[in-house]
Design a protein around this ligand. Structure first.
Ligand code: ZN
Length: 139
């Protein structure tokens, strides 16, 4: 597809790349991401930190049009028109909802390998909002 269109306001609010850091339950080994207060499987509340690869595959997806975008995606929607939001199943197991970039919405398919990154999007009243963005993996 065409070149990316620069949206200065959007770029200004996008922070540095962050590490994918999840939590592994010390009881059952389930990996939670983003970190949760209790294990989604066994309700244990003790975890060890685990670095996630950021790799995964598309579990399900939807193509959205500008207008109904949640705030964290609005800038991208204005820039590119239709865009893809997917449930990505990370290699370590957790599923997260994320935007998929650098892809033609018509070419996205279930099971497509993707790799992601986390960026700090904005901070509001002390609460930091993070954005997850995935792009097709090279393999
Ligand atoms: Zn557990």
């Amino acid at each position: 597809m065409g070149a990316h269109i620069s949206i200065p306001m959007y770029e200004r609010t996008v922070g540095q790349r962050l590490a994918f850091e999840g939590e592994r339950c010390t009881e059952c080994g389930t990996v939670a991401f983003p970190p949760k207060a209790a294990c989604p499987d066994c309700r244990n509340d003790e975890f060890e930190t685990v670095d996630l690869s950021g790799g995964g595959k598309i579990y399900s997806y939807t193509v959205l049009s500008p207008g109904g975008a949640p705030p964290e995606f609005a800038g991208q929607a204005r820039a590119e028109g239709r865009y893809v939001v997917a449930v990505v199943e990370l290699a370590e197991g957790p599923r997260i909802t994320a935007q998929v970039t650098d892809v033609d919405p018509d070419e996205v398919e279930i099971g497509m390998p993707v790799s992601g990154e986390i960026r700090r999007i904005y901070e509001e009243e002390g609460v930091v909002r993070y954005g997850f963005k995935f792009a097709p993996a090279d393999d």
